[in-house]
Design a protein around this ligand. Sequence first.
Ligand code: HEC
Ligand code: HEC
Ligand code: HEC
Ligand code: HEC
Ligand code: HEC
Length: 200
Amino acid sequence: MRLALLGAAVVAGAAGYSVYAYYHSPYWNRVGLAPAQPVLFSHRHHAGELRIDCRFCHATVETSADAGMPSTQTCLTCHSQLFRDAPMLAPVQASAEENTPLLWSRVATLPDHVHFNHSAHVSHGIACASCHGDVADMALTAKAHPLTMRDCLACHRDPEPQRVTADEVFARAPRSAGATMATLVPVHARPLTNCSTCHH
Ligand code: HEC
Ligand code: HEC
Ligand code: HEC
Ligand code: HEC
Ligand code: HEC
């Protein structure tokens, strides 16, 4: 009987642990998995090799909560001439002709009960790379970090060592982290770990 009870406890513990491990695993959080997209758009080509600024396509990232997504017209500033008839770009041309937006699959998302604000982070020296990884090296865009509450809190407890200078916010591998705090706008004095910072 004791053996059976012990056995049951071990099995329950193992099952509980697998659920826990799966929930925190990169697979559950979709880290490294690129979703299917209507066009095989490559950040590595556009942001990496061609060095197009993030803000050319994500125009509101410094000024509002949403980073913003490029319209078909933004793609056509180049592709109305360049590779106009390439099969890979057919969905872009169709979107322009039919006046229907391209429906990109989301990569980084939060549940509705969580508030997030890009401009608050970007204007306080938090680099895109801290949360999204080295996007300019991604052929297909995938999540680099789980973006769970744990991730957010790990920084909110002590953001100073992670802050970079303004000119490095868009850098692929910022090097100024923690070294130049005196030159930055101070983080507003309030506990960033209060539940109401992110949930209200
Ligand atoms: C500033 C100019 C520019 C803009 C804006 C631009 N592209 Fe491109 N795109 C290029 C160039 C140049 C290439 C060729 C890259 C190469 O082959 O070296 C290219 C290549 C491509 C290709 C072919 C596959 C590849 O990566 O080589 C696709 C698909 C593509 N672009 C989609 C898009 C989409 C979708 C948008 C809008 C979100 C867009 N592009 C915006 C310049 C641009
Ligand atoms: C030429 C336009 C263009 C440029 C430049 C560009 N992006 Fe994008 N970005 C896109 C498009 C189109 C998508 C949607 C397709 C995809 O996810 O790859 C996207 C998606 C993303 C996503 C995923 C959003 C989500 O949750 O679905 C992130 C993060 C991102 N971009 C970050 C960046 C960063 C950081 C830079 C600068 C290093 C950058 N982008 C430069 C066009 C661009
Ligand atoms: C502190 C973490 C963090 C930083 C820094 C950050 N992002 Fe994001 N980003 C997120 C999260 C979280 C989401 C998902 C938001 C949601 O679903 O409400 C997101 C979503 C996006 C999207 C999808 C569109 C949108 O607004 O939801 C794009 C594009 C993007 N980020 C680009 C960028 C760029 C470019 C930078 C740097 C200038 C950047 N991000 C900096 C965490 C961050
Ligand atoms: C690498 C560091 C870092 C990470 C990761 C991070 N944050 Fe922040 N966050 C900050 C800093 C610094 C501030 C303070 C900006 C200020 O002083 O206004 C901030 C402020 C905020 C604010 C307040 C915005 C406002 O308008 O006052 C919210 C909401 C927020 N973060 C949500 C999130 C969420 C949700 C996540 C996880 C998906 C996250 N943050 C991840 C550094 C980070
Ligand atoms: C810095 C931002 C941030 C702060 C501060 C924060 N949360 Fe969260 N919270 C998140 C994010 C992001 C998620 C969604 C991702 C996840 O489930 O990990 C989340 C999810 C949750 C969930 C849902 C969990 C689930 O499994 O669906 C609960 C409940 C929650 N938070 C409670 C709290 C409480 C209570 C506090 C204060 C002690 C708090 N949060 C503080 C960012 C935050």
